[in-house]
Design a binder for this molecule. Structure first.
Ligand code: ATP
Length: 607
């Protein structure tokens, strides 16, 4: 009877289990991030080429000084040669500065683009992802991993091209000067490169583990330094434990970093030795040719200068760059892993925007579980007509919150349907669906911003009059005006500079400003004093007026005024009706009422 939705409209709930595995990185995909900056990248290439050619000038001119200017006793030639060296150095400097600027433009631009797509993608991730992932890990990817991209772009890639061009131009110059000496000079190069493969693999492994440790450190920091976390630590006096825990992870990270630093040490030592041995070989061969009168001293000096500065160094860097490339790919891997995660379902092609919501809500035999093994809702059916106030009551863990979360599609049921105005919510565009629903949860979230901006979050284009009217209706306007900075008061991290009751009234004002047709309200369980209680009640009245309200009720006044009460137990609606009818029946509601609300009733009468 209840036709299920097309499969592509559903998405799975459990993210701790369904994270995609790390896959091979698609280089073309990385290239797509570079494409918009092709003009700057081409200029960088031109700069590298120009800089490299300019770098060839000093050694070659040095050879001329030794072989011609000095033997000819020509001060004029000497001055010209030195002048050429100075000009080439200045030119290389200017080109280098411009290249640095271009590198920053490309690197920072790509970082901004990747970070924005990552954050935009995360905004579209379903709630299940956030309940299953540590905030610190998410933060680490968005900040540190993306920062690493900058190294990749401005460091690794430029380094590859620069060194490659440098080696190529140097080799050409060397072979033009003397091919036999050139062969001798490049003999030692393979000796530098061969030992690299195992070093590279080991470095990659350690880098990967280092990154995981950083995730862990970020998570601990996030958890323990948030207001709720720090309150918990203080109230249980667990500072020493937390310090030890942090020290422990820190120590493991430290050890990894030390092994990373040590892994290439002997290899770097070998390269240093080659840098000494190579020129010695050139002196041996070149000296022998010079003794036989076949080569000038200037050429030998130029060769040694060239190979030390422009051949061995770049060759060693290029040899080591494989490690950097693999590490860079690992960074992209981590970023793509997030970008590839399944977001909330895109609207189906046939999805339509709901323009005028009346507020008729129907649950048809809805079954839902967060994880596969435990059922949260086990065949829930009910009907709330437009404008009704529906109260949901029941023991803790019965499934009340879950029911309310299916309406704005924070989750989709595994079977059954949730309909608004007769339309399955899965065939309504997410935007229009959520614009029509206002939610006030127990845990009020406010941004660390002014009261005014927090209220305007619901409707950025609201006039000042509308903002004040909403605050007035929520019974918080006078309080706001009594603050020294009024509406400009900064509410503090998560609004913790305000009391719980004040935060809730602000949240109510925020939803009033949104003015949705459907209201979902999770009443605060914590008992407030009678003054605050009355203030909240006064704020709630205009909020519920004229809307369909689904309220997880914890107040007697709410259930008494409800048009219909649904009693939820074990993920099912076990009873429904008005207070009087249900009480008279003497079933689950009557028991619950006696247990939960009678105290409330007594105190209401007493006050
Ligand atoms: P309370 O009155 O205590 O808030 P509730 O009636 O609102 O309880 P729900 O929050 O809907 O109950 O929870 C229903 C069941 O689903 C519970 O068994 C709970 O442990 C489980 N549950 C709730 N949220 C999640 C989640 N994100 N992932 C896995 N299980 C969850």
């Amino acid at each position: 009877m209840f036709g299920g939705p097309p499969v592509h409209l559903m998405w799975s709930g459990n993210y701790s289990q369904s994270k995609p595995q790390v896959r091979k990185v698609d280089v073309r995909r990385i290239g797509r991030f570079f494409a918009p900056y092709w003009v700057q990248e081409s200029l960088v290439l031109a700069c590298i080429l120009a800089g490299s050619l300019a770098g060839l000038v000093p050694p070659i001119v040095t050879a001329r000084i030794i072989d011609r200017a000095i033997p000819h006793h020509s001060l004029r030639e000497l001055l010209i040669d030195v002048g050429i060296i100075v000009v080439s150095a200045l030119f290389a400097m200017v080109v280098g500065i411009y290249q640095g600027y271009l590198n920053s433009v490309v690197g920072e631009g790509i970082m901004r683009d990747i970070r924005t797509s990552l954050v935009a993608h995360l905004h579209k991730m379903p709630l299940a992802f956030f309940t299953g992932t540590k905030t610190g890990e998410i933060m680490n990817r968005v900040s540190n991993d993306v920062d690493n991209i900058d190294n990749v772009v401005t460091g690794t890639l430029t380094s590859i091209v620069t060194n490659f061009v440098m080696i190529a131009t140097t080799l050409v110059a060397m072979f033009v000067m003397n091919w036999r000496l050139s062969l001798l000079a490049i003999v030692v190069v393979p000796l530098m490169i061969l030992p690299l493969a195992p070093v590279g693999r080991r470095m990659y492994e350690i880098r990967k583990r280092t990154r995981e440790k950083r995730d862990e450190i970020e998570s601990i920091t996030q958890e323990t330094l948030s207001i709720s976390g720090i309150t918990l630590i203080k109230s249980f006096a667990r500072e020493a434990y937390e310090r030890a825990r942090f020290y422990d992870v820190g120590t493991r990270l430290m050890k990894l970093e030390i092994s990373l630093a040590m892994v290439g040490r002997w290899f770097i030592g070998a390269i240093t030795a080659m840098v000494v041995v190579g020129p010695a070989l050139v002196w041996l061969g070149g000296g022998w040719l010079a003794i036989k009168g076949q080569l000038s001293t200037g050429v030998i000096v130029a060769f040694v200068t060239l190979i030390v500065g422009r051949l061995y160094g770049p060759a060693a860097t290029l040899a080591g760059i494989q490690v950097q490339i693999v590490s860079a790919l690992a960074v992209f891997e981590r970023i793509f892993e997030y970008l590839d995660m399944e977001t909330e379902p895109y609207d189906a092609p046939s999805a339509r925007a709901l323009t005028e919501i009346r507020g008729d809500i129907v649950f048809e035999n809805v079954r839902f579980s967060y994880a596969h093994d435990r059922t949260a809702l086990d065949g829930v059916s009910f009907h709330v007509t437009p404008g009704q106030l529906a109260a949901f009551v029941g023991p803790s863990g019965a499934g009340k919150t879950t029911i309310t979360q299916l309406v704005p599609r924070f989750y989709d049921p595994q079977s059954g349907r949730v309909c608004i105005d007769g339309t399955d919510v899965r065939t309504i565009t997410l935007d229009s669906l959520r614009s029509g629903i206002g939610i006030v949860t127990q845990e009020t979230y406010l941004f660390h911003d002014s009261i005014e901006n927090n209220l305007r979050y619901a409707r950025p284009d609201a006039s000042e009059e509308q903002v004040h009217a909403a605050a007035r209706a929520a019974n918080i306007h006078d309080f706001i005006l009594s603050l020294p900075d009024g509406y400009a008061t900064i509410v503090g991290e998560r609004g913790h500079k305000l009391s719980g009751g004040e935060r809730q009234r602000l949240a109510i004002a925020r939803v009033l400003l949104k003015d949705p047709r459907i209201l979902i309200l999770d009443e605060a369980t914590s008992s407030l004093d009678s003054h605050n209680e009355a203030a909240i009640q006064a704020a709630l009245d205009p909020l519920m007026r004229g809307r369909t309200s689904l309220v997880i009720a914890h107040r007697l006044s709410t259930i008494l005024s409800a048009d219909v009460i649904f009693v939820i137990e074990g993920g099912r609606v076990v009873e429904q009706g008005t207070h009087g009818v249900l009480l008279a029946r003497g079933g689950a509601y009557a028991r619950l009422y006696r247990k939960q609300f009678r105290e409330d009733a007594r105190s209401t009468i007493a006050t």
